[in-house]
Design a protein around this ligand. Sequence first.
Ligand code: SN0
Length: 315
Amino acid sequence: MQHFTSAQDIKDWSLLWQKVQQVKDDSQGRKALGAGKAMCLIFLNASLRTRLSTQRAAMNIGLDTVVFDINQGGWQLEMADGTVMNGSKAEHVKEAAAVIGSYYDLIGIRAFAQLKDRDEDYQETIVQQFKKYAGVPIISLESSVRHPLQSLTDLITIEEYRKKECPKVVLSWAPHPRALPQAVANSFLEWMPHTDYEVVLTHPAGYELANEFTQEIRTTTNQREALQGADFVYVKNWSSYQEYGQVLRTDDEWIINKDKMQLTNNAHFMHCLPVRRNVVVADQVIDSSNSLVIPQAAHRVTAAQTVLELLLDHA
Ligand code: SN0
């Protein structure tokens, strides 16, 4: 694997699952793999799980890590080609990426959607520019379009807790006071065709996601109908893709509560975290024994370590 920025980077799915199992069975067995190598994790946005789980995964394989909060102490980066750089941006990504790539063997980067200009966000410019100019493997730590480390985590978690062939997995939109990116939902759906799950997407009208992620996915605006018989309920808010970046509703009709979970097949509740309690999900659900949020978050280390090992194996 050359980079890890989307499901399309996985060329050999059986090797991926073999590696996941190996990491789960013995996370400390390959300390020599990262010896003498170092990774730079660049954050343009806040992070708890991604930062700490990726660092922990690196520790497990003897890989040194530096975290660079580029907005606090770095120069503001110009991303566009051909710009006359006489404004506030002091450094072009061409130099920044190439320089960081000359110091480090791997680069992780987090750059959320700005939620202002859809075309700009959906070009995934920052990740693409780093891929082009850094000269080392790039790991997406959530781009403006995708969050592949989260999606791999989600699959690892569902695989661990599934009890039957073809479990029904529902991705439900839920309310949120702020405009959030579509990345987690896009990415989750992008990984689903690589599974044998029965997948249903449910959201209110106006919250349709980009066609490239939903064309193979059964979709309904009837949340209760979607939840019937579900084995896993994955909940996430996202802002509108059509009316780009807008919050179209903040009422509590789509909250996941106990009453709705009773429609399911005693489903597991999943969320990528951070989660707004009693806005997205009722305490009774997230605090119940059906909630997987903590084991799911714990698998962020499994996913990151799997990805780092695959990248280093082929570096
Ligand atoms: C991010 C998102 O893409 O939705 C990261 C999720 C892994 N979530 C948030 O920004 C939540 C912020 C909030 O105010 O609740």
